[in-house]
Design a protein around this ligand. Structure first.
Ligand code: G4P
Length: 534
C-alpha cells in the first residue's frame, strides 16, 4: 500500500517504528544530560548519573585517554537503542570535541534526523551552527530542544528569531515557556492544549500534566499566577499570529524545526520531546547508493559501515564496525557479502548497544545500528548486502588541516609503526600519507588534540613511543583524473606526492599558489579536499 503523504510503500511496522537520530549541540548545552534522560525514560538505565561523566570527560586530553581506557563504556555510548512507547529509538552519539568533526560528519550520514540542543541563555552557538550546516547538506529533519529554561534565559521570541535568522529554517513552537528564570514553572503544550508543570523540588520527578480546554480555561488560574497567565496568553496569541504553524511535511523535508522548551536536568520537557521525535521524526529513509538507491522496505538486507572502533581490548586486535542497516530484516548468523572484496562474511556475533551494556543482536531491522566485531576487514564506507554489488555513497573523507611527520622512537620499529598507522587510518582516526620520495610517514588530522591522542594510543596499544615533528607541508589534496594522467602528474611532482592508505595519490604542499598552479598547468587532473570512502 502507498502512504498517501510520501507516495511510497508503507513500511513494515517493525521498520516504521524506528527513529534513528543524533544530538547536535555546542559543548555544555546539555547533550549528555538529555541523553541520560532519554535512556532513563527508555528504560535503558535505572538511575540518573550513569552516563554523566562523559560530557565533561571528552573535553580534556587526560580525561579523554582515561575514557579510552574504559572503551567498553565509550563504545556502547556510540550507539544506543531503547524503546519509548511504540517506538524504537536508535541514538547515535557524536563526539563532543570539535577536533573530531570528521567523525561527527560521518555519524550524521547514519541517522535520519537530528535533535538540536540549544542553551536558553546562549542561543545558537558556533558548534551548533557548524553541525546544523552539515545536517542541512543532507536535508536532515531537525527537532529543537531549548534547554536550561530553569535558569535565566533569553526572551522566547528572541531565541526563535535567532534560530530562524542564523540557520535559515522556520521554527514552530511545540511548547511555550511559562515564566523565565526563577519564575519558570513549566510550559504550555501548544500541540495538545496541556499545561506541563515542573517540580523544582525533585529533579527526577516527571512533570505534572494538566489537560485544559484552551488558554481561557478557568482551571488555569488554579495552577498559574495571574501575572504569568496574562503574559502567557499574550505571548501565545502573538506566537500563533507571527510564527508558522507546525507542518509535519516541512519538518520531514528539513525546512521547519519544531521547538520544545525544557530543562534536561530537571527531567522537564524531555518526554514531550521524545513524543515529538516519535510523531514528527522520520521513519528509516532511503539510502543513496551506487548503482541504485536502497529502500528500507526491501526484503534483502543491506547495511553500511560508518564508524570503526578498534582495540576495545588491547590484548586482542579486535575492532567493532558500526553498521547502519539500510534495508531488510537481518538475523544473527546471516551470511552477507562484503561488497568491496566480494567475499562472504558470516555475521555471527553482531552486537546491539544498550546504555552500559552490549548484547548479542539476534535481529535488526532497517534503521538499526549494530556492531560487528572483526579483525580489520570492515572499513568505513563498506557496504554489506545479500549479494548485490551496491555501494552506499556520500560518506566523505576530508583533507586534514594539520600535517606532521611521525617517527618511531626506535628506528628498528618502523614496520610496527606502519602497521599502527594503517590501523588508525582505517579506523578514520587520522590520515596517513607515505611520501613517494624518502622514508617515514606524514600524518594528517583536523585538530591538534588528535595528534596527542594518537601518540598515546600508539604507545598504549602497540608499546611504541613515537615522535611527531613539524612537516614541511600544510595542505593535502587528492589527485583525480584518469590513471595515466595521474601517474604522469605524480612523476613530474615527486617531491609533493604521497600515497594514502588506499594507495590513492595525494598532493602535499604548503602554498595555495601551488594548488592554483596545478589547476593552471595540469588540465587533465583535478585536486580535491574530499574523497568518498569506498
Ligand atoms: P554537554 O554534554 O552538552 O556538554 O552538556 P552536559 O549535559 O554535560 O551539561 C553541561 C552542564 O549544564 C552541566 O553542568 C549540567 O548539569 C548542566 N545542565 C544540563 N541541563 C541543564 C538544565 O536544564 N538546567 C541547568 N541549570 N543546568 C543544566 P556542570 O556544572 O558542567 O556539571 P555538573 O556539575 O552538573 O555535573
Amino acid at each position: 500500500m502507498l502512504d498517501t503523504q510520501t507516495n511510497r510503500p508503507e513500511l513494515p511496522p517493525e521498520i516504521a517504528r524506528r527513529r534513528t537520530f543524533a544530538i547536535i549541540s555546542h559543548p555544555d548545552a546539555g547533550k549528555t544530560t538529555l541523553t541520560e534522560k532519554f535512556l532513563l525514560y527508555g528504560g535503558a538505565i535505572q538511575m540518573a548519573g550513569q552516563v554523566r561523566a562523559k560530557g565533561e570527560a571528552r573535553r580534556t586530553r587526560s580525561d579523554f585517554m582515561q575514557m579510552e581506557k574504559d572503551r567498553g563504556i565509550s563504545v556502547s555510548a556510540s550507539a544506543m537503542s531503547f524503546d519509548f512507547g511504540k517506538f524504537r529509538f536508535n541514538l547515535v552519539d557524536t563526539p563532543g570535541h570539535s577536533d573530531f568533526s570528521e567523525d561527527t560528519y560521518r555519524t550524521l550520514t547514519a541517522v535520519d534526523a537530528a535533535v538540536m540542543v540549544v542553551d536558553g541563555a546562549k542561543g545558537v552557538e558556533s558548534q551548533t551552527q557548524k553541525l546544523f550546516e552539515v545536517c542541512r547538506l543532507r536535508d536532515l529533519p531537525i527537532l529543537t530542544f531549548c534547554n536550561k529554561m530553569d535558569r535565566e534565559s533569553r526572551d522566547t521570541f528572541d531565541i526563535i528569531d535567532e534560530i530562524q535568522e542564523n540557520l535559515a529554517i522556520d521554527v514552530s513552537p511545540a511548547s511555550w515557556p511559562i515564566g523565565v528564570g526563577r519564575e519558570f514553572m513549566g510550559t504550555y503544550d501548544m500541540l495538545n492544549d496541556r499545561l506541563e508543570l515542573m517540580d523544582r523540588a525533585d529533579r527526577n520527578v516527571v512533570a505534572e500534566s494538566v489537560q485544559i480546554e484552551s488558554l481561557d480555561d478557568p482551571k488555569l488560574a488554579d495552577h498559574v499566577p495571574e501575572h504569568l497567565l496574562e503574559q502567557l496568553r499574550e505571548e501565545v496569541e502573538m506566537a500563533k499570529e507571527l510564527l508558522p504553524k507546525l507542518d509535519p511535511q516541512a519538518v520531514l523535508e528539513g525546512h521547519m524545526t519544531p521547538i520544545w522548551f525544557g530543562s534536561a536536568i530537571n527531567s522537564f520537557g524531555v518526554k514531550e520531546l521524545m513524543d515529538g521525535i516519535g510523531t514528527y521524526g522520520p521513519e528509516p529513509q532511503i539510502q543513496t547508493a551506487e548503482p541504485r538507491k536502497i529502500a528500507p522496505e526491501e526484503k534483502k538486507v543491506a547495511g553500511f559501515v560508518f564508524k570503526v572502533q578498534a582495540n576495545m581490548d588491547p590484548k586482542h586486535r579486535d575492532r567493532v564496525a558500526f553498521v547502519r542497516m539500510a534495508s531488510g530484516h537481518f538475523k544473527r548468523g546471516m551470511k552477507l557479502t562484503h561488497v568491496r572484496t566480494k567475499k562472504p562474511m558470516a555475521i555471527s556475533n553482531p552486537v546491539l548497544f544498550l546504555a552500559s551494556d552490549r548484547e548479542l543482536a539476534e535481529e535488526a531491522w532497517a534503521g538499526d545500528i549494530i556492531g560487528i566485531p572483526n579483525h580489520g576487514q570492515l572499513r568505513i564506507g563498506d557496504t554489506l548486502t545479500e549479494g548485490e554489488a551496491l555501494r552506499v555513497s556520500g560518506i566523505p573523507s576530508f583533507a586534514p588541516e594539520l600535517l606532521q611527520g611521525v617517527r618511531a622512537g626506535d628506528p628498528l620499529k618502523a614496520k610496527h609503526l606502519e602497521k599502527a598507522l594503517m590501523q588508525f587510518a582505517e579506523e578514520g582516526a587520522a590520515k596517513v600519507f607515505k611520501p613517494m620520495i624518502g622514508s617515514g610517514f606524514i600524518v594528517g588530522v583536523v585538530g591538534q588534540l588528535q595528534f596527542e591522542v594518537l601518540a598515546s594510543r600508539i604507545e598504549m596499544e602497540y608499546g611504541l613511543p613515537v615522535r611527531f615533528d613539524q612537516s614541511q607541508f600544510t595542505s593535502a589534496r587528492w589527485v583525480h583524473g584518469d590513471r595515466k594522467a595521474v601517474e604522469k602528474f605524480a612523476d613530474m611532482n615527486k617531491q609533493h606526492i604521497s600515497y594514502d592508505n588506499d594507495g590513492d595519490v595525494v598532493f602535499l604542499t604548503r602554498l595555495q599558489w601551488d594548488i592554483d598552479r596545478v589547476a593552471r598547468d595540469y588540465p587533465d587532473v583535478t585536486l580535491s579536499a574530499t574523497k568518498e570512502m569506498m
